[in-house]
Design a protein around this ligand. Structure first.
Ligand SMILES: Cc1cc2nc3c(=O)[nH]c(=O)nc-3n(C[C@H](O)[C@H](O)[C@H](O)COP(=O)(O)O)c2cc1C
Length: 157
């Protein structure tokens, strides 16, 4: 299964986890990067309002891939504006598999993963799995086991 990991990370937590996943499953990797940074409060408000921010060019065409893993931090209980834009720019996704990885400071909120999943399914993708890595798992190191477990779903056949 040829897999693309698409990762947005502001302060590096999601990037660390997504890079570990990449090592484990030998996927291609693309960074989602907004053209412009904004203040903390604007970040939170725009995320809550499900806004989209322009992003720099990255891999959005899934023609050569079988599976897409979207990785994002949780902002204001939602996904991030750069990721919202990325989802809109995706091409040739219908019939492909997808999964979601999010990191967050707290624990338990599933809204971001659900929103990303719904968006991808509405584009005709088949959802495989999701993983949410909260602040406790990031601090304790438990995140490595969570990623290891998650990676089992994407082994190259
Ligand atoms: C603007 C903003 C809003 C955030 N909102 C939440 C939130 O609603 N819930 C939560 O658990 N963590 C929240 N966080 C914390 C991040 O989700 C968490 O630190 C994440 O691991 C950061 O990932 P990154 O280092 O890849 O950017 C927020 C962080 C920022 C910058």
């Amino acid at each position: 299964m040829k897999t693309l990991i698409a990762c947005y990370s502001y302060s590096g937590n999601t990037l660390t986890v997504a890079q570990k996943l990449q090592e484990l499953i030998n996927a291609d990797f693309t960074r989602i990067e907004p053209v412009k940074d904004r203040w903390y409060l604007i970040k939170a408000i725009h995320a809550y309002l499900e806004k989209k921010w322009p992003i720099k060019p990255c891999i959005t065409d899934m023609a050569d891939y079988d599976c897409l893993i979207v990785c994002s931090p949780v902002w204001a209980g939602r996904t991030t504006p750069g990721v919202n834009q990325y989802l809109e720019e995706l091409e040739n996704v219908s019939g492909k598999k997808c999964a979601v990885l999010v990191t967050m400071g707290g624990d338990g909120n599933q809204t971001a993963t659900i929103k990303i999943r719904e968006n991808l399914e509405a584009q005709g993708m088949e959802f495989i799995d999701k993983v949410t890595i909260g602040g406790k798992a990031q601090k304790s190191g438990e995140w490595e086991a969570l990623v290891q477990d998650f990676s089992g779903k994407f082994k190259t056949e």
